[in-house]
Ligand binder design. Structure first.
Ligand code: ZN
Length: 240
């Protein structure tokens, strides 16, 4: 257990395709994913005591206080058993940088890569305000670019699609402001202090192109990692 495992941080503004990228990566490799927004949202949906403290911040599009985020992430790290740990949407502010390094130390993780996604504003807005999610199975759609076959219904499980509260336009605009104010300084910190492992990717390209570029670079950054495409069994297609 003495050997350090790699931690990878992915950052990017709202609509940079972070979550889609992370899901594709975890489908290819045995990766422990820490999707901060999702972990927080899960607490809110289950209406736990922690979730009731988190909710007002999410509704307002404001950053959730660091100590709440730390509690949620620490609990998830206890169960992490992948080849590396991937942090999505954390750290989001300078205050959270200290928490990240504390968590890394406690869980014997070494920072191997910091990926910063950049995206044009118009592209980002379309991606976010068009996004619909299935609360039952977690599938993600976009009414502009990846609509479900039947409007409002999940292709995979038939669940009723919904728009996340923080994907509405007025909240999105607030999230952009918060990203510039709080997260850009965090990006600057990694550029300055961890320049050797920090790199930027244009996220204006298709999700597949972005996935290929990031996979190749991650394989260089994380020892013994194999993210070559391994098509999953298509049991959803009729066989003849
Ligand atoms: Zn579904």
């Amino acid at each position: 257990m003495a050997e350090n495992k790699c931690a990878v941080v992915i950052m990017g503004p709202p609509g940079s395709g972070k979550t889609t990228l992370v899901r594709s990566l975890t489908a290819r490799g045995r990766i422990s994913e820490i999707e901060a927004g999702n972990l927080l949202g899960d607490e809110v949906r289950r209406d736990t005591p922690l979730g009731r403290q988190i909710r007002p911040y999410q509704v307002a599009g404001e950053l959730v206080p660091s100590e709440l985020v730390q509690q949620v992430i620490a609990a998830r790290l206890e169960k992490a058993d992948g080849q590396f740990v991937l942090f999505d949407g954390f750290p989001r502010s300078a205050a959270q940088i200290g928490i990240l390094f504390q968590l890394l130390k406690e869980h014997h993780l070494q920072l191997c890569a910091v990926i910063v996604l950049n995206v044009e504003l118009q592209t980002a807005l379309e991606r976010i305000t068009g996004r619909r999610i299935c609360p039952d199975c977690g599938a993600i759609y976009n009414v502009y670019t990846e609509p479900p076959q039947q409007a409002g219904i999940c292709d995979r499980c038939g669940g009723k699609l919904m728009q996340r509260e923080d994907d509405r336009l007025e909240v999105v605009q607030e999230r952009f402001k918060v990203y510039e104010r709080d997260t850009i300084p965090t990006v600057e910190f990694f550029r300055k202090e961890f320049g050797l492992v920090t790199w930027e990717e244009s996220a204006n390209s298709t999700p597949d192109e972005l996935l290929e570029r990031v996979s190749r670079r991650l394989e260089k950054a994380v020892p013994q990692l194999d993210l070559r495409e391994n098509p999953p069994a298509r049991d959803d297609l009729p066989s003849h």
